[in-house]
Design a protein around this ligand. Structure first.
Ligand SMILES: [Zn+2]
Length: 454
């Protein structure tokens, strides 16, 4: 069973799930655009996440913060100092790379000496003439307000003015949650523990975007900050870990055997984190991080209290105890989850010497639940009856598609590739007995079903 990343990328483009960003202009590295089917899949994944974590629970609330935030946010969070990757330039071809991605066994904190000692060959030209490791900040900078080019390049006064106007496209959604913690506590005073959830875009100026949507420059995140009393962190951490596994396996349909908990060792954790588990996934191109679960102590809220001069204390209504809550953060990238769902669903089957490609998407995520078609498109009575069934199903389920192109075999092939679980075909018998043929995507079995039982 061939299951290569290129096969999935190719199917995504061929069927309108995911296109390279700005394709018509030759692309734009690290960006991807979602087509009609892709946006449907993405929306379903995000809606299921929202339903599972926010709507079906009493203790997690949603927020939606602005992408542009006061730059103090990124000073407080440490991003202006530490959100950087080790950049190394080849002296021969001047290609720039992330050092820890072109050599094995080194981390983001690799030094120039350590890297040079490895004698890594340049992935482009094969030489080993490396310059020093430089820290490259991955935040996208932008200017807010009426800033002219001469302000940025002009005299010192103008430069100071321009620096004041600098803002960043948020590199994570989490800080939009932390900065609203006080607003939520002051307005709805939730009982501890409680969580705040957010979905939205985040931006990282990746040095070398690659691996399809796994390492892109613009992505969507789904993050929760779960505020707790510090004494309960271990219990809450384990609970959230279990719930995240449940969500990935039972709502997203991923296989348990493809998800591996990686206990991040102390030396690789952020210094404030007392425990981090990366949930790794077996992608077609190898094991990669799918999501992270991090115990961040009260690092973020304490930083905000210091930078803003405002109290981040929480006062327990029952005990009167006052403290800055600690936090556990489940964080997942939507595109990483989409690729995990797609690579779980992507299947090739050999049958009668032919290869059948199908996406075994779970019913709750498939862009279309049914495809309805008349057996023959040149028989008005079949077309009319099929339209009747189509409208009925669309009213009931919403995501139903119509297809009367080509022959039945071609229609099945297309619907298999886009993951439609059931194809409904109206034929001459339908006009007699009100039954239709329902063909199953995974088994290709066909059964007769009464229309009202669909
Ligand atoms: Zn080179």
């Amino acid at each position: 069973m061939a299951k290569k990343l290129e096969d999935i990328v190719s199917l995504c483009k061929r069927r309108g799930f995911i296109f390279p960003g700005s394709d018509v202009y030759g692309g734009f590295a690290g960006t991807w655009d979602f087509g009609p089917l892709g946006v449907s899949l993405k929306k379903k994944i995000m809606d299921e996440w929202w339903k599972f974590w926010v709507e079906d629970r009493d203790d997690i609330f949603g927020i939606d913060a602005a992408i542009l935030m006061n730059p103090k946010t990124w000073v407080a969070s440490g991003h202006t100092k530490t959100f950087a990757d080790p950049l190394v330039e080849c002296g021969a071809c001047h290609g720039r790379f992330r050092a820890d991605k072109i050599a094995d066994g080194i981390t983001e904190s690799v030094t120039t000496e350590e890297f040079h000692a490895l004698n890594v060959k340049c992935p482009t030209c094969g030489k080993t003439e490396w310059g020093p490791i430089r820290k490259f900040n991955m935040m996208f900078e932008t200017h807010v307000g009426a800033v002219l080019p001469e302000d940025v390049n002009g005299d010192e006064n103008a430069r100071a003015l321009a620096e004041k106007s600098i803002a960043y496209l948020r590199p994570e959604t989490a800080q939009g949650i932390f900065t609203n913690y006080k607003n939520v506590v002051d307005t709805s005073y939730p009982d501890m523990p409680f969580g705040l959830a957010q979905q939205g875009k985040a931006f990282r100026n990746e040095i070398s975007p690659r691996d399809f949507v796994l390492r892109d420059r613009e992505c969507s995140q789904m993050e929760i900050e779960y505020f707790i009393h510090p004494d309960t962190w271990e219990e809450q951490f384990n609970k959230l870990l279990k719930e995240n596994h449940y969500f990935l396996e039972n709502v997203m349909g991923l296989k348990a055997e493809n998800i591996h908990d990686l206990e991040v060792p102390e030396e690789d954790r952020a210094f404030y984190s007392k425990r981090t588990i990366d949930l790794m996934f077996d992608y077609p191109n190898g094991e990669e991080e799918l999501m992270g679960l991090a115990y961040r102590t009260n690092y973020d809220l304490s930083n905000i209290a210091r930078e803003s001069g405002k109290s981040m204390d929480y006062r327990d209504k029952n005990t009167g105890e006052t403290y800055i809550p600690h936090v556990i953060e489940p964080s997942i990238g939507v595109e990483r989850l989409i690729l995990a769902v797609l690579s779980t669903a992507y299947t090739e089957e050999e049958k009668d010497g032919k290869t059948r490609v199908l996406l075994k998407l779970p019913e709750n995520l498939a862009p279309y639940r049914f495809c309805v078609s008349p057996l023959l498109k040149n028989k008005p009575e079949l077309v009319e009856k099929a339209h009747e069934v189509y409208n009925l199903l669309r009213k009931k389920y919403g995501n139903v598609t119509w297809d009367d192109s080509g022959n039945i075999g071609k229609r099945y092939m297309k619907q298999d590739e886009i993951g439609t679980p059931k194809c409904v075909v109206v034929d001459f018998d339908t006009l007699e007995d009100n039954t239709v043929t329902v063909r199953d995507r995974d088994t290709t079995e066909q059964v007769r079903v009464k229309i009202e039982e669909l």
